[in-house]
Design a protein around this ligand. Structure first.
Ligand SMILES: [Zn+2]
Length: 263
């Protein structure tokens, strides 16, 4: 199954936003805690119940200001708290993935950075377990070469800590300067379900500069590979026109399916 939907609610009230997504036939949404986790658990619960009833799959994006590899212990603890607060809301939202950007290499070499972040992730997982929260951490593939989060690093993290992952295709494209979807999906073969992000992207040799409105030709490459392999995937759109591009993705997928059926 392919689920599509925006990063963030299309309307000011998240409850109204979810009803609207149902109306326009989208079936996923990422609740964004970009600048802080301010939603009350009570509201999260209401949103979770409505989304379940309307069959909209929810995920959560933790705040951007997170660095599990900081030199400063206090910053690591503050990052862990932001992720854990997001997990608590995710539990009430019945959201399976708590997406976050893990941190920066800074002065650490890549192996040391990996181990520092792994320690943070394992400690948060222990808290999730002891609080009986029903959700999983999903570190995201990141777009800048200064950020931890290449596909290899995240797949290793998944193997070693059993976390989920979030595959941001635009970030992989920006990080490596190119993207070959066949190669990427070959590496994702053990994942039963793929949680992903897509948008257009502007980048330099240092990676991501900013997210852009999606280009049809870019999405077609991804969509063809998904259909060819019959992949079970959620694609959250992070372009500046989130839900409109989600609808565009839906149109493109339907077009490709019709093309296939007519051949
Ligand atoms: Zn993303």
């Amino acid at each position: 199954m392919i689920r599509l939907g925006p990063a963030g609610s299309p309307l000011k009230s998240t409850l109204d936003g979810i009803r609207y997504l149902k109306k326009i036939n989208l079936d996923a949404m990422e609740v964004e805690f970009t600048y802080g986790v301010r939603m009350k658990n009570e509201l999260a619960k209401k949103i979770g119940e409505l989304a379940e009833k309307l069959e909209i799959k929810l995920s959560v994006h933790a705040p951007y200001y997170i660095n599990l590899a900081s030199k400063d212990k206090e910053k690591i603890e503050a990052s862990k708290k932001r992720i854990l607060d997001s997990c608590e809301r995710a539990h009430y939202l019945k959201a399976s993935h708590v997406v976050f950007h893990s941190g920066f290499y800074g002065e650490l070499d890549k192996e040391k950075c990996y181990n520092t972040i792994k320690k943070g992730i394992t400690e948060i997982q222990d808290e999730i377990k002891s609080k009986k929260l029903k959700t999983k951490l999903a570190p995201e593939t990141t777009g800048k070469t200064s950020q931890f989060g290449s596909l290899n690093e995240l797949l290793r993290m998944r193997d070693e800590t059993k976390c989920n992952v979030c595959i941001d295709f635009a970030h992989l494209h920006a990080r490596d300067g190119e993207i070959n979807y066949s190669d990427v999906f070959n590496q994702l073969q053990d994942l039963k379900h793929i949680h992903s992000h897509f948008s257009g992207i502007e980048f330099s040799e240092k990676g991501e500069k900013r997210h852009l409105v999606m280009e049809k030709k870019d999405f077609i490459l991804l969509a063809r590979e998904i259909l060819k392999r019959n992949i079970d995937i959620t694609i959250i759109c992070e372009s500046p026109v989130t839900w409109k591009d989600s609808l565009e993705m839906k149109r493109i997928i339907d077009e490709l399916k019709n093309e296939k059926n007519n051949n």
